[in-house]
Design a protein around this ligand. Structure first.
Ligand code: TXA
Ligand code: MG
Length: 327
């Protein structure tokens, strides 16, 4: 299959909408990461997402809608706290898990009786959903297990030949996936940390639980190898700069080309190859996946210290743990 990359405009949106209505998949930009979308009502189309990504069938998808009325087309009764989340934090990098309506086929939710729904804030994503006119089921637009793509070029790298169209809307502003919040339980539970922090959620609805590492897998995606570059990523405790340096130097002895990723001030000696993720946690979120994809081609190993769990730091730590193979 020939994979077209089209800059988003009225004409490419029409082509994308035709593809969606015709049962094809289209990759599109959101403010978090690029998504690989299909008509959420069309189970044959959704099947093509799983095939293109090589995604396990028991990992459910997020349904993307343009506004609250469209959200109510796919969810049953929303709790009061859920309504507050919709009113105060959507559109944005947050996904709610609610009871699903029967219009959503089982393939989207991997047979669960709940559905994950989000209203993206990205203008490009909203234009795409509105022109398609149907809810869009979409996981991140990477090959399964790889770091999520935050620009059209990285989508092409993974899915060239497997999908017909990438709508190029430029780079993703946030760079890390949405927070998944289960509102079917009280207090609601964060199943995956993401672009909207626990602090932001609690300022709206009060205390929430965090069940990302509970024994029972509640968000099936959390059990798989994920976000991994082609070369090993080694995660160190925050502040364990000495251990990073020792590891790096022993790699030098064995001839391994190594790069260190850091955020904020560079505390590493000048002879180490160190790559900045930016000054703040939000800059680190913005550049992490792209940095992993850029460095994997030039280095044999990537080293990084963890973040504090404040704000988007919790999501960064979650992605780093998964990418480095820590369960
Ligand atoms: O920012 C994002 O969320 C991006 C963009 C494209 O919107 N999407 C994304 O999708 O990250 P994906 O498929 O890579 O991750 C979806 C996560 C998985 O961890 C999945 O298990 C969880 O959401 N999920 C989906 N439906 C669920 C459900 N009914 N109950 C619990 N978890 C669910
Ligand atoms: Mg993903």
């Amino acid at each position: 299959m020939n994979t077209l990359i089209l800059t988003i405009d009225d004409e490419s949106l029409r082509i994308a909408a035709d593809k969606i209505i015709g049962g094809e998949v289209v990759a599109f930009k959101t403010e978090t990461v690029y998504g690989l979308g299909a008509n959420a009502y069309d189970k044959e189309a959704v099947k093509k997402i799983f095939e293109a990504k090589g995604r396990p069938a028991d990992n459910p998808l997020i349904v993307h809608v343009a506004d609250a009325p469209m959200l109510l087309d796919v969810c049953e009764e929303i709790s009061d706290k859920g309504k507050l989340i919709i009113n105060r934090l959507m559109p944005g990098a947050i996904t709610i898990v609610a009871r699903k309506k029967n219009v959503i086929p089982d393939i989207v939710t991997a047979g669960l009786d709940t559905v994950a729904v989000r209203i993206p804030s990205s203008i490009e994503a909203l234009r795409f959903i509105k022109s398609a006119g149907v809810p869009i089921a979409a996981p991140s637009a990477n090959t399964s297990t790889r770091p999520s793509p935050t620009n059209a070029k990285r989508v092409y790298e993974d899915l060239n030949g497997k999908i017909g169209l990438i709508l190029d809307g430029g780079g993703c502003e946030i760079g890390i996936e949405s927070t998944v919040l289960d509102i079917t339980v009280d207090p609601p539970a964060i199943l995956r940390p993401g672009g909207v922090s626990q602090e932001d959620i609690e300022s709206v609805i009060g205390k929430v639980n965090v069940s990302t590492h509970s024994g029972r897998v509640r968000s099936p995606g959390q059990k798989y190898k994920h976000y991994s570059p082609l070369v090993p990523l080694v995660l160190f405790q925050r502040g364990d700069t000495a251990a990073v340096i020792a590891w790096y130097r022993s790699n030098m002895v064995s001839g391994k080309k190594t790069a260190v990723l850091y955020s904020g001030v560079n505390n590493y000696p000048k002879d180490l190859i160190s790559v900045s993720l930016g000054d703040s946690y939000s800059e680190a979120a913005h550049s992490l996946f792209e940095a992993l994809r850029a460095l994997e081609n030039e280095y044999d190993e990537i080293l990084i210290e963890g973040f504090t769990d404040e704000g988007v730091g919790a999501a960064l730590n979650d992605r780093l743990k998964k990418a480095s193979g820590i369960k």
